[in-house]
Write a protein that binds this ligand. Sequence first.
Ligand SMILES: NC(=O)CC[C@H](N)C(=O)O
Length: 229
Amino acid sequence: MTVTVVQFGGSNCDRDAVGALSHLGIDAERVWHEDGLPEDTTGIVLPGGFSYGDYLRAGAMAARSPVMAEVRAAAEDGVPVLGVCNGAQIGCETGLTDGAFTTNASARFQCENAYLRVENADTPWTRAYDEGDVLSVPIAHGEGRFEIGEERYERLDSEGRVLFRYCDADGNVTDDANPNGSRGNVAGVLGERDTVAVLMPHPERATLPDLGSTDGQGVLRGFEAVSNA
Ligand SMILES: NC(=O)CC[C@H](N)C(=O)O
């Protein structure tokens, strides 16, 4: 099993992703987007960062890289894909997941801890948790406000494709606990298949006690969950 971490110009969490996966015993390698997906790819991370300087919209330019057609085809074949932060934006811009991430309600870049409530524990990315569990995972973004039309939001929600919601330390989903103004406090969603997930918080930054939290490990272990399925 080798997870490919796709590096774009301006990615800056690709090394962190490889390091966190390796720490968990999951084989991972960083690949420059122009080189395409290696044949032995069994999972894909779209990492965080500032691909192409967030020009146009965060993730919009990376989504036009030819590698994303390969990522989309792999996702359709059931290869697990995880988009983190800028990777989540790239995933949305590619159409791997519904909705869009836009400028924070504060209009500022926010780098802080966030609490996430597990909304659906029956997915590869959340099977390590129970529904309603509260995870402590950092956020760091300027365009993390999830937006989607009302009907599509209802559909996402009713199909169990909202993976995480921002909440307070006790698991209450409130406006005060919504760091960026996301619709419905949504922090992460699934694609059409539950093997595709994107989230704005950084699970790879919550994988070691020295980082202040290990709550993100279960998300990364989603790659093992799919390979063992
Ligand atoms: N940490 C990140 O991946 C940041 C994503 C993007 N550059 C933003 O500010 O919204």
